[in-house]
Write a protein that binds this ligand. Structure first.
Ligand SMILES: Nc1ncnc2c1ncn2[C@@H]1O[C@H](COP(=O)(O)OP(=O)(O)O)[C@@H](O)[C@H]1O
Ligand SMILES: [Mg+2]
Length: 247
């Protein structure tokens, strides 16, 4: 089954949408539109009744909620109706901010929380927390911001690769359509999550002829006919919009 992303101009590129219950990686440099893509994807599902979960590892959810409420995506109402959930899975460092957030953020689970307070999030801790949300709230669309913030429990690169592919294999079994955001600074250096995922999408944001240019590119989308060319991306009041081929 195909899941429309709700991103104008995107679904046409992938035969109508992303395949359900699969794991996609959205990579790009800071400011390229990853968070916007993720929130739009969740908001569009939430508007149709599919519960969406945005799990943050670095940024505090309130910042994302504030920034994204700028768009006419109905974010506050979707949060209120518990169709759009934000979960803070990062190490707790701020003081006292949780008090103001209580009305926005879903309640904590005890799973792994005691250890997460002091440690950087490992793949298994992140997975356990997410799995608890998914079963409690019947989550259908999931965004993790970002896999780059996950800390491995080992320094051995080949073991890190195993940890990451196990993380992604477990996510594939959750029954959600998942978009993993991943920070990318070097587009030629592929990471483990990109190999393990069903699909890889790049967001570009680069200086060309003195102007910043935004683009999106489908690198691989298993089971889907698509091309690999860059397409221009712009922002409208409804979020990201994909346009024609980049000239
Ligand atoms: N109305 C808007 N509200 C917020 N950001 C906007 C808006 N219009 C354009 N932008 C751009 O979106 C960028 C942020 O995109 P974001 O999705 O947070 O990127 P990433 O998650 O890849 O860092 C901002 O740097 C800004 O240039
Ligand atoms: Mg972001």
């Amino acid at each position: 089954m195909r899941i429309p992303t709700g991103i104008e101009g995107f679904d046409e590129l992938v035969q109508g949408g992303l395949l359900s219950e699969r794991v996609y990686v959205l990579s790009g440099p800071p400011g390229s539109g990853k968070t916007t893509f993720g929130v739009q994807f969740l908001a569009s599902g939430a508007a149709r009744g599919d519960v969406g979960l945005y799990a943050t590892l670095l940024e505090c959810p309130q910042n994302i909620i504030n920034d994204m409420s700028n768009y006419s995506l109905n974010i506050p109402a979707l949060i209120k109706g518990q169709k759009l959930l934000f979960a803070d899975l990062g190490p707790r460092m701020e003081y006292g901010y949780m008090d103001e957030l209580n009305e926005f953020i879903t309640p904590d689970y005890n799973v792994g929380r005691a250890s997460m307070e002091s440690e950087a999030p490992s793949p298994s801790m992140v997975f356990k927390e997410i799995a608890a949300y998914v079963s409690e709230y019947d989550v259908k669309r999931l965004v993790i911001d970002s896999v780059s913030a996950i800390r491995f429990t080992t320094n051995d690169f080949s073991l890190q690769e195993k940890e990451m592919s196990r993380f992604i294999r477990n996510l594939k079994k959750l029954g959600c359509t998942t978009v993993l955001l991943s920070e990318m600074t070097d587009p030629t250096a592929y990471s483990t999550e990109q190999f393990a995922a069903h699909g890889v999408i790049f967001m570009h944001n680069f200086l060309y002829d003195k102007t910043m240019t935004r683009a999106i590119q489908l690198i691989k989308v298993r089971g889907t006919k698509h091309d690999c060319n860059m397409r221009a991306v712009s922002f409208s009041e409804r979020g990201l919009k994909v346009e024609g081929y980049l000239e």
